[in-house]
Design a protein around this ligand. Structure first.
Ligand code: AMP
Ligand code: MN
Ligand code: MN
Ligand code: MN
Length: 273
């Protein structure tokens, strides 16, 4: 079984429509695909519709931005009930604060001397605006050579286009996902600015708040980090998840591409779906 439990569409900072994403997943022989856009459920109905004529199973999901001790953490909610009112209302709130942040970033970059930011960025946005939209604009206008560079030079804390995000707490995100019938999973656990000790503490608090899983396999993560996270999952009795974090067709990432060696003692989150 090919499983991919972390993907994006153009309703957040991906570039494909939900139908295009599903089509690509079918071509890549993915059996189970979770659509997990940042802070929105907008693409899920379209993905389910597009999957009707195929054997692929779509898991309704979301990637919630939340905060643990000043550190932004991304929490995946798998199999959430899309009609759950508190979830919808909370995500609407995040949408507003993302829109406000995007306006502030646009203002700051304009003041810094970069023309056309507002039109250039908001033209791309079909749902939730994110910093990757700004990064793509900066690259397209030659201000940076790659999105990663645009983050470093313009969008990271302390840079000209930085504006503080307002996210809910880690515990609130876990509760929200659970209340909506979903499974909370910590996305890309090695991508945060946290030591292994702090990561362990964060995961312990996540577990205590109702957390269920860790993404141990994600694209471009080396084998030793994967092994480390698998061991941590077993130690903390969390299930293991797998996701490409696919945003757009490119050389270094593909749907269903992340894979992992399953330690015998480990549990898979896909068995709980
Ligand atoms: P936001 O949630 O709007 O603050 O933006 C975070 C998103 O930007 C992540 O989900 C990634 O898709 C993208 N991102 C963050 N850091 C980088 C980076 N260094 N290079 C490329 N994309 C990045
Ligand atoms: Mn993203
Ligand atoms: Mn993420
Ligand atoms: Mn993601």
């Amino acid at each position: 079984m090919k499983i991919d439990l972390h993907t994006h569409t153009y309703y957040s900072d991906g570039v494909l429509s939900p139908a295009e994403l599903v089509q690509r997943a079918v071509e890549k022989q993915v059996d189970v695909l979770a659509l997990t856009d940042h802070d929105t459920l907008m693409g899920i109905d379209e993905a389910i519709l597009a999957a009707k004529s195929h054997a692929i199973r779509i898991i309704p999901g979301v990637e919630i931005s939340c905060l643990w001790r000043e550190q932004t953490i991304h929490m995946i909610g798998l199999n959430v009930d899309m009609s759950h009112q508190p979830l919808r209302e909370k995500l609407d709130g995040v949408m507003h604060s993302r829109q406000n942040r995007a306006e502030q970033i646009a203002k700051k970059l304009t003041k810094f001397g970069i023309p056309g930011v507002e039109e250039g960025v908001f033209r791309q946005v079909k749902g939730v605006p994110g910093r990757l939209h700004f990064a793509r604009y900066l690259v397209s206008k030659g201000y940076a050579t790659a999105p990663g560079k645009a983050f470093k030079q313009f969008l990271a804390r302390g840079k000209a286009g930085y504006f503080k995000s307002e996210w809910m707490s880690l515990a609130d995100a876990a509760t929200l996902i659970r209340d909506a019938g979903g499974l909370p999973v910590i996305a890309h656990p090695r991508r945060y600015d946290l030591t292994l000790k702090k990561t362990t503490t964060m995961l312990e608090e996540f577990k205590a708040a109702g957390g269920e899983g860790i993404e141990v396999a994600t694209t471009n993560q080396n084998k030793s980090d994967q092994l480390l996270m698998s061991r941590l999952a077993i130690q903390l009795d969390l299930a293991m998840s797998i996701g490409s974090d696919f945003h757009e067709p490119c050389a270094y990432n593909e749907l269903g591409k992340a894979s992992f060696l399953i330690p015998v003692e480990g549990r898979l989150i896909s068995d709980m779906l």
